[in-house]
Design a protein around this ligand. Structure first.
Ligand SMILES: [Fe+2]
Length: 327
C-alpha cells in the first residue's frame, strides 16, 4: 500500500530496472503496465504494450508521413527535418480548453531519445513488430537483455522491384517461413517470356509468396518503386498501433481477408466513417483524416504512397482537394 502519488522519480525508484527518458519539457517513465508521460502542465498515461508498438513504428518509419497519433492525445507530426511532439494537439477537448502542449525537435534528436527508450523498455521475448499472438509479454519488471534484434530491423525497400538483379531478394522458407495464416497461398513463380532485347526490362514475381513471408505486422515493405510512386505491401494482424493522420491521399488495396477501419477527422478526432475493406476492395484515404485499422485475421494490404514532397503544402493550402476523385 502506498499513499505517495507517482512521479518520474518515484517510478524510477520502484526498482523495476527502467530509466526515465527526457527531451525538452517531456519526461517518460515506465512501470509494469504503463508508459507515463509528464509534460509542462500535466501528465498522460498509456498501456505499455500499445505505447511500445506505436513507438516502434514511429522510429522505424522515420516519423512517417504527417501525424503519428499514439492515441487520441499523444503523438508526433513530421515536418521532414523537424518533428513536433504533442499532447492534445489534435484533440478537440484539449484544444478548446487550451490544455494542449507542443514542442519542436530536430528529427535526429527525437529519434535518438525514442531509440534509447525503446531499447531500454522492450523486454527480452517481446517483439513490438509482431502480432500479439506471436510474441511474449511486454509487462513486468525489466528482465533479460532486451530485444535489439527486433527493434533494429531495417525496413525493406526495393529500389525498383523485388527480385530484380541487385535489388531486394525474394524471401526464402528458412529465414522467412510462410506465415501460419497464409498456408493456402500459391507459391509458384510466374513465367516471364520477354522479347529478345527486353530481358532486363520485363520482370514478374509471386507477390503473395513474398508478402506472406513478412515476419512483422503493420510495417510496409516497399516492393516496387517508380519515381514518387511507392507500392508498399504489408501484412496486418490485430490493431494498427498508431492512428495515422494523413498529409496526403493514401490508396489502400485489400489483397486478402478483411480490415475494418475507423476514419476520423484529422484535426479534431471526430468520427467520420467506418470502412470495411474486403479482399479486392480499393479505397483512397483522404488527406484530411486519420485512420486506424483492425485486422481480425492476418491479411495482406497494399498501401500506395505518393512520395512527392510538395504534396503536404498543396493540400494544406487548399490547392488540392483532400480527396483524389469526384463521382
Ligand atoms: Fe496511413
Amino acid at each position: 500500500m502506498s499513499t505517495v502519488a507517482s512521479t518520474p522519480q518515484t517510478l524510477t525508484d520502484k526498482g523495476l530496472g527502467y530509466a526515465t527518458h527526457s527531451i525538452g519539457g517531456f519526461t517518460f517513465a515506465r512501470d509494469e503496465y504503463f508508459a507515463h508521460i509528464f509534460y509542462p502542465g500535466g501528465r498522460h498515461i498509456m498501456p505499455i504494450d500499445a505505447f511500445l508498438r506505436a513507438l516502434m513504428r514511429d522510429v522505424a518509419w522515420g516519423f512517417f508521413y504527417g501525424t503519428v497519433n499514439f492515441d487520441n492525445v499523444f503523438g508526433t507530426v513530421n515536418h521532414y527535418g523537424t518533428v513536433e511532439m504533442f499532447i492534445g494537439l489534435f484533440n478537440d477537448a484539449y484544444r478548446s480548453s487550451n490544455r494542449h502542449h507542443v514542442e519542436t525537435f530536430e528529427a535526429k534528436d527525437l529519434k535518438k531519445t525514442f531509440d534509447e527508450m525503446l531499447d531500454d523498455w522492450t523486454l527480452e521475448g517481446f517483439d513490438p513488430f509482431a502480432a500479439p499472438a506471436e510474441t511474449g509479454t511486454p509487462f513486468g519488471p525489466k528482465k533479460g537483455g532486451g530485444n535489439k534484434k527486433a527493434i533494429t530491423r531495417q525496413r525493406m525497400v526495393a529500389n525498383r522491384m523485388v527480385g530484380l538483379k541487385g535489388d531486394l531478394a525474394y524471401r526464402d522458407e528458412k529465414e522467412y517461413p510462410l506465415n501460419r495464416s497464409f498456408q493456402d497461398l500459391p507459391t509458384d513463380q510466374p513465367e516471364v517470356h520477354a522479347e529478345p532485347g527486353f530481358e532486363q526490362d520485363v520482370h514478374a514475381y509471386n507477390f503473395l509468396n513474398y508478402v506472406g513471408r513478412s515476419d512483422v505486422t503493420w510495417n510496409p515493405s516497399v516492393v516496387s518503386c517508380v519515381k514518387d510512386s511507392q507500392f508498399c505491401a504489408t501484412t496486418e494482424e490485430h490493431i494498427l498501433p498508431i492512428t495515422h493522420g494523413n498529409d496526403r491521399v493514401e490508396w489502400f488495396i485489400q489483397a486478402s481477408d478483411e480490415i475494418i477501419w475507423d476514419v476520423d477527422d484529422r484535426a479534431t478526432g471526430k468520427p467520420r466513417a467506418k470502412v470495411i475493406m474486403k479482399a479486392g476492395d480499393v479505397a483512397a484515404m483522404p488527406a484530411d483524416i486519420r485512420h486506424r485499422g483492425y485486422s481480425p485475421k492476418r491479411s495482406i494490404l497494399i498501401v500506395w504512397e505518393n512520395n512527392d514532397a510538395t504534396l503536404p503544402q498543396q493540400y494544406a493550402s487548399g490547392k488540392l482537394t483532400p480527396y483524389p476523385v469526384e463521382f
